[in-house]
Design a binder for this molecule. Structure first.
Ligand code: NAD
Length: 250
């Protein structure tokens, strides 16, 4: 299947590094104009690196907790492309591996504000515009930890990722008649800075516990996003695409 996103515009949160950057790269490779956003101002350089084409990348700082900043960023993208935003990927997250017994309520609130409220704001700001335009794709990043529970990223992280599953289905139902789909990507066991810094034997042990016997790549998450962002995925909404090597089969 050849997916062409040229003529589409996208905003990706938390895109200065990691999976956000990989998904932004995959979207630009499919031809989209992509605004990479992040609280980190390294996002500008990250965007510049993606400008080899065929799509175009723009970098902009955006704290996902700030509704007015969301509207400004979406206005900026729409002014740049001359058309309504088509694709929004809510990806930014805080992962703080504190123990259940020690974490402060202030930390609980901080994680929920970014990982859950930030996604709600993003879905609502984008959803309003997409509903009016009659076309849109919203993709929210959850995690195996949100489906199964797990304390590696903290109880607050897992709870926020579980909340994203329900939040996404609410928006999917609300927008289903308006040409707007809302789906979830739920990754696990993706190669990243942590696995790359581990000794080879530890990585091999980790891989042996995964049904496909290897870690996933960020490019594989990028391709999942390209599919869900495409016209071809118009009949897919409220669904969760697991990119986890078979760690969870439902
Ligand atoms: N990497 C994995 O293996 C994995 C597994 C399961 C789920 N996920 C999910 O995928 C997404 C990306 O994961 P990652 O590992 O690439 O994360 P990461 O920690 O590498 O990157 C997260 C980015 O979000 C940004 N960010 C943090 N707070 C922000 C805020 N308030 N506003 C805007 N940006 C903010 C950070 O600056 C950072 O660039 C997350 O939602 C995570 O829960 C990742």
């Amino acid at each position: 299947m050849n997916i062409d996103l040229s003529g589409r515009s996208a905003l990706v949160t938390g895109a200065a590094q990691g999976l956000g950057l990989a998904m932004a790269k995959a979207l630009t490779e499919a031809g989209a104009t992509v605004m990479l956003t992040d609280v980190s101002d390294t996002v500008g350089a990250a965007a510049t690196d993606l400008n080899a084409g065929p799509g175009r990348a723009i970098g902009r700082t955006l704290d996902v907790q700030d509704e007015a900043a969301w509207e400004d960023a979406l206005d900026g993208l729409e002014a740049e492309t001359g058309k309504p935003v088509g694709i929004v990927i809510n990806n930014a997250a805080l992962t703080l591996a504190s123990s259940i017994w020690d974490l402060s309520l202030d930390e609980w609130d901080r994680v929920m504000a970014v990982n859950l409220k930030g996604y709600f704001i993003g879905c609502r700001c984008a959803g309003r515009r997409m509903r009016q335009a009659g076309w849109g794709r919203i993709i929210n990043l959850s995690s195996l930890a949100g489906q199964r529970g797990g304390l590696v990223g903290g109880v607050h992280y897992s709870a926020s990722k579980g909340g994203i599953l329900a939040l996404s289905k609410c928006f999917a139902l609300e927008l289903a008649g308006d040409g707007v789909t809302v789906n979830i990507i739920s990754p696990a066991a993706i190669e990243g800075p942590m696995s790359r810094s581990m000794p080879q034997d530890k990585v091999a042990a980790l891989a042996s516990g995964i049904p496909v016997k290897r870690l996933g790549s960020d490019a594989e998450v990028g391709m999942a996003a390209v599919y869900l962002a495409s016209d071809q995925a118009a009949f897919v909404t409220g669904s969760t695409l697991d990119v986890n090597g078979g760690l969870l089969m439902r």
